[in-house]
Design a protein around this ligand. Structure first.
Ligand SMILES: Nc1ncnc2c1ncn2[C@@H]1O[C@H](COP(=O)(O)OP(=O)(O)OP(=O)(O)O)[C@@H](O)[C@H]1O
Ligand SMILES: [Mg+2]
Length: 479
């Protein structure tokens, strides 16, 4: 592999390590998003997501369908900063920090963005009537209700009640008295729903109620703004960590909620970078394991390409290209892939679209071929040289890679076969998982205290009388 700039001796701030190549550690450049593609049990979580969270020097957000990520990285992340877990269905047994979508709905823009995420607008690849008409219409109905409830310090329970009863009085009063810019168009949007055809209204109510199914869970519905303790401001305050955990069985129901929360954090992080005019420092890691199932943000392609410039670094994990195409549509899925500078393909890939993507991305290599022809007994044969083409990453080689190996495709560099670093086999990562201080923390402590400590020792040696015990010892020795 060309590109000596990818070789590092030790983890460096802002650089994700996909693995090792010929015994040397490879790290993606700072401000390069990384994508991991691989089927189940191919080492995506243990070889890439967990190591990234263990080594990341900065705030981090992790999405996961299982408790594996939080279990293996909690101690390390807690040694760096504060840890909060959003696990609204209590799948891990860890205390869950509440979050309400109303937290992200204090402005008209925020309310519209949140409504769109809750309804899954722009999520599906297949352009069904549901996708193109009813979901956006549902979001236009929900957004003003979110703004009204946020303004009234209420919870989603009240929003659900307004939707099911098509309540007019309370939300319109709240919007009327709301000073937020956009309250007037919000009220007008609501009025247009109330004046609409009853059949249209009833379909709209059904669409929104279905999308908000997660809020049937009393714990999720009860969260209000005052109780919400998750946001970009908190996350970026230090090397804090937020775990979003959505169990596989509940993904369909919870997807909108998780997407709204993730979109809120990303918007807050971008706003923070815009305010200061600089990328967030240290950068925020978004370790998005199973993102297509948990929180398929329609703007993932943009976040992957523009995020690193603002200090938002992506580690996106997908099962395969077909899964991405199902969720975002083929074109957008291709853009998502293209916008990650580092792409890691794990072993066992059988998905046709993924293998096709690899073939198209890597192309063929030219290989010289020499063939001999035998003319007959006692007669000289001839030798002809020609050139053949074969795929750089043949499907069978990608599929049959040994466990714990992966193919790295990085920008315009030649691709390379890597060894992953499963955290449980790697002594330094294992030590971090057990809660040992990170090398940088140890170095920082050493740098700060060593000169002071040496000076203290010198002063102490000059000024202080010998310790009584030492005097006794000296006496004993002189006797
Ligand atoms: N602590 C551990 N010790 C030894 N082996 C482990 C440990 N944790 C996971 N493994 C093994 O590592 C392999 C890869 O697991 P991993 O969870 O990384 O796969 P994955 O690609 O993330 O799969 P999925 O898509 O199902 O989440 C599995 O065979 C698993 O049994
Ligand atoms: Mg996994």
């Amino acid at each position: 592999m060309a590109g000596a700039e990818l070789h590092v001796r030790a983890p460096e701030p802002g650089r994700l390590i996909p693995g090792t190549h010929r015994g040397r550690t490879i790290a993606a450049q700072a401000r390069a998003s990384t994508l991991v593609v691989g089927p189940s049990q191919s080492g995506k979580t243990t070889g890439l997501v967990v190591p990234a969270l263990l080594e990341w020097q900065g705030p981090a957000l992790s999405t996961s369908v299982k408790s594996d990520v939080v279990k293996d990285t909690h101690a390390a992340r807690a040694a760096r900063g504060e840890v909060r877990v959003f696990d609204p269905t209590d799948s891990t047994g860890l205390p869950s920090t509440p979050w309400s979508p109303l937290t992200a709905s204090g402005s008209w823009e925020g309310a519209r963005r949140t409504a769109a995420r809750l309804l899954g607008v722009g999520e599906q690849g297949a352009r069904s009537a549901d996708e193109t008409f009813w979901r956006p219409a549902g979001a236009r109905f929900l957004a003003p209700l979110l703004l009204a409830a946020a303004h009234g310090d209420l919870s989603m329970r009240e929003v659900l009640a307004w939707i099911s009863t098509l309540a007019e009085e309370e939300p319109s009063e709240l919007l009327y008295s709301c000073r937020a810019p956009g309250a007037k168009p919000a009220l007008e949007a609501l009025e247009s729903v109330w004046e609409a055809d009853p059949r249209f209204r009833s379909s709209l109510v059904q669409t929104v109620a279905t999308a908000l199914d997660a809020f049937q869970e009393p714990q999720i519905a009860a969260a209000d703004i005052a109780g919400s303790r998750i946001g970009a401001r908190w996350l970026l305050q230090g090397e804090n960590t937020l775990y979003l955990i959505s169990p596989a069985d509940d993904q369909r129901r919870l997807r909108g909620l998780f997407a709204a929360l993730l979109a809120d954090i990303v918007a807050g992080a971008f706003a923070s970078s815009t305010q200061t005019g600089r990328p967030i420092d240290p950068p925020l890691l978004l370790a998005l394991d199973e993102v297509a199932n948990i929180a398929p943000l329609p703007s993932l392609d943009e976040i992957a390409s523009t995020g690193p410039g603002q200090g938002v670094q992506l580690l996106t994990v997908l099962q395969n290209v077909s899964q991405a195409a199902d969720r975002w549509g083929r074109e957008r899925a291709e853009t998502i892939l293209a916008n990650h500078r580092a792409r890691v393909f794990c072993t066992g890939i059988g998905d046709h679209a993924t293998l096709e993507h690899l073939r198209a991305t890597l192309g063929d290599e030219e290989v010289p071929r020499t063939s001999r022809t035998q003319q007959g007994i006692l007669r000289a044969g001839s030798r002809t040289s020609s050139r053949d083409f074969r795929p750089l990453a043949p499907a069978d080689r990608v599929r049959q890679m040994p466990a714990e190996q992966a193919l790295l495709v990085y920008g315009r560099l030649a691709s390379a076969w890597l060894n992953l670093r499963p955290w449980y086999r790697h002594p330094a990562l294992k030590a971090l998982a057990d809660g040992a201080p990170a090398p940088t923390q140890r170095r920082a402590r050493g740098r700060l205290t060593c000169p002071d400590f040496a000076a203290w020792r010198r002063r102490r040696g000059r000024r202080q009388p010998p310790h009584p015990d030492n005097q006794n010892n000296q006496k004993e020795r002189s006797q």
